[in-house]
Design a protein around this ligand. Structure first.
Ligand SMILES: [Zn+2]
Length: 133
C-alpha cells in the first residue's frame, strides 16, 4: 500500500463527504485501493451496521460496527487507528498487509454518507464499552 493510494482514498472520501453521495467512479477508485475489504465495508453500510456513539457530557465519540459473520459481533472501531476485530491485529498490525480493516472503511464511508446510526450514552457507559475491547 503506497502513500499515493492513501491520499487518493482520502481525497475520494472527502469528495463523498461533501456531496453526501457516492458515484460509480468513486466506488471504483475505492474498490481498486481497498479490494475485498471495500466490498465487505459497503455491505456493512448497506445493512446500517455502523453506530456513532457520543458520550455525554464529555462529547467523546466512538464507533461500533456490526460484523458480517453470523454471530453479528460488534467491534469498537476508530477509523484512523484502531479496530477491535481479529483482522485488524492479524492483517494490519502484525503483517502490515492491509492499510486498514473493513470496519474502518465502513466507518469512513458511513460517516461520509451520513449513514451512521446516532446513539447517545453516558460517559460511564462509554467507559464500560471500552473495557470490553
Ligand atoms: Zn475491524
Amino acid at each position: 500500500m503506497s502513500g499515493t493510494s492513501i491520499s487518493v482514498a482520502e481525497a475520494t472520501l472527502k469528495e463523498i463527504e461533501s456531496a453526501h453521495a457516492v458515484n460509480d467512479d468513486q466506488l471504483w477508485t475505492l474498490h481498486f485501493i481497498f479490494g475485498k475489504n471495500f466490498e465487505g465495508a459497503t455491505r456493512i453500510v448497506d445493512q446500517r451496521g455502523i453506530k456513532r456513539i457520543t458520550a455525554e457530557p464529555s462529547g467523546r465519540v466512538i464507533f461500533q460496527v456490526t460484523g458480517e459473520s453470523r454471530r453479528k459481533d460488534q467491534y469498537v472501531c476508530f477509523p484512523e487507528n484502531f479496530c477491535a476485530c481479529y483482522s485488524f491485529f492479524y492483517d494490519v498490525v502484525n503483517r502490515g498487509e492491509q492499510l486498514c480493516c473493513k470496519h474502518q472503511i465502513a466507518v469512513r464511508l458511513a460517516t461520509s454518507l451520513g449513514a451512521c446510526i446516532e446513539v447517545k450514552v453516558s460517559d460511564e457507559e462509554l467507559a464500560l464499552l471500552l473495557c470490553k475491547i
